[in-house]
Design a binder for this molecule. Structure first.
Ligand SMILES: Nc1ncnc2c1ncn2[C@@H]1O[C@H](COP(=O)(O)OP(=O)(O)O)[C@@H](O)[C@H]1O
Ligand SMILES: [Mg+2]
Length: 348
């Protein structure tokens, strides 16, 4: 189809969230035109298992049929549609029998899997306005073949050093292959901390624009694990839309929902075990001090003069305020952990 737009979702390593993000990007494109989602990860077939396992009887059917059958059907027959009541917004091209497909090309010199995969994806771009390909983790020959036939590439990065390094390797390979100009931008996925520093360093390292961070969203992950599409208004979906609206401002409107700021990420950090421990410690200290003072005043062991009372209230107020300050809670939480370790080492 003329004027079609195809995008490959790549990352430096597996588990970065390509499959989840590709699915959401497919849904957003499907709002503006006919869309095909393709599983291009012949190693794990993650997208095929995610979408097909629960709903489709014959999981062996997909583009592997081209390589494994003497008389393959036309591509349109291999595209899957999920009927009502929960229709997919896109048509889906699964791999089919990915293990037999890999074996079919194992050790062959003449026809590599990469030479097979490129044309399959190119053919799909004739069938829809938008094509989204979920690629294999890392950048091997197959992902390069996919990147060579699509129009654009979106890089999914996690905010840790390993992912950052692996992602720069992806960019190096794309550059060596003359494909780096296809990069539309990078997404920082599973963000659990303020992503500003990574967002600032990324464009220099990856040579492409920062699109958005996508917060770690437990609800969305849970849906993914039980083969359900995430809620389109979930934190995850809202931020993927934000990223896509930056990559395709002429096509995709930004989300109307609020995008997370630094403060939202620090609220997420309140849930860290250290912070929780610190909170318990400060809460416990306040309760103990309060009860001790009350008992002391009632029994006369503590003087009930005005300066004493003011002093007591000041101490309780300081502990109370410390309990509401997140970095302080974490410092106290860390102290509890270190003390606990010290006691264990001494065998107390
Ligand atoms: N933003 C996110 N928040 C929470 N969990 C996520 C997020 N993105 C991905 N995940 C989880 O991470 C795991 C790997 O995601 P997946 O999309 O399969 O990665 P990949 O395709 O890169 O291997 C899955 O369990 C998925 O639910
Ligand atoms: Mg995957």
């Amino acid at each position: 189809m003329t004027g079609s737009r195809s995008v490959a979702i790549v990352s430096g390593k597996g588990g970065s969230g390509k499959t989840m993000i590709a699915t959401e990007i497919g849904r957003i494109f499907a709002d503006v035109g006919s869309t095909i989602l393709i599983d291009g990860d012949t190693a794990t077939a993650g997208l095929s298992y995610f979408l097909v396992l629960k709903y489709v009887r014959n999981i062996q059917r997909g583009y592997s049929t081209y390589a494994l059958s003497d008389d393959p059907p036309p591509l349109t027959d291999l595209l899957l549609d999920l009927p009502a009541p929960h229709p997919w917004p896109w048509r889906f091209l699964p791999i089919g029998d990915h293990r037999r497909l890999a074996l079919r090309f194992l050790g062959t010199e003449s026809t590599h899997l990469r030479e097979f995969l490129g044309p399959v994806i190119a053919r799909a771009t004739d069938e829809a306005e938008y094509v989204v390909v979920d690629c294999r983790g890392g950048i091997d020959d197959e992902s390069v073949a996919v990147c060579a036939v699509v129009d654009d590439i979106i890089l999914v990065v996690e905010a840790d050093a390993t992912s950052f390094q692996a992602s720069s390797h992806v960019v190096d390979v794309l550059t060596a292959q003359g494909l780096a100009h296809k990069l539309r931008g990078f997404i920082i996925n599973k963000a659990i901390e303020d992503p500003t520093a990574v967002a600032r360093n990324g464009p220099v390292t990856f040579g492409t624009q920062y699109l958005s961070a996508v917060p770690f969203d437990l609800e969305a992950s849970r849906a993914f694990l039980i083969s359900e599409l995430t809620d389109r208004y979930s934190i995850f979906a809202i931020h993927v839309r934000e990223a896509l609206s930056k990559a395709y401002p002429e096509l995709i409107r930004p989300s109307q929902a609020r995008i997370w700021t630094r403060e939202d990420y620090s609220d997420l950090n309140v849930l860290t075990p250290e912070s929780a421990r610190g909170g318990v410690l400060l809460g416990g200290a306040m309760a103990t001090a309060g009860v001790t003072c009350a008992v002391g005043l009632a029994t006369g062991t503590l003087p009930s003069t005005l300066p004493w009372l003011i002093g007591l209230i000041a101490v309780l107020t300081v502990i109370g305020i410390a309990g509401t300050i997140e970095p302080l809670r974490r410092i106290f939480g860390r102290m509890v952990r270190l003390l606990y370790r010290g006691f264990r080492r001494k065998g107390v």
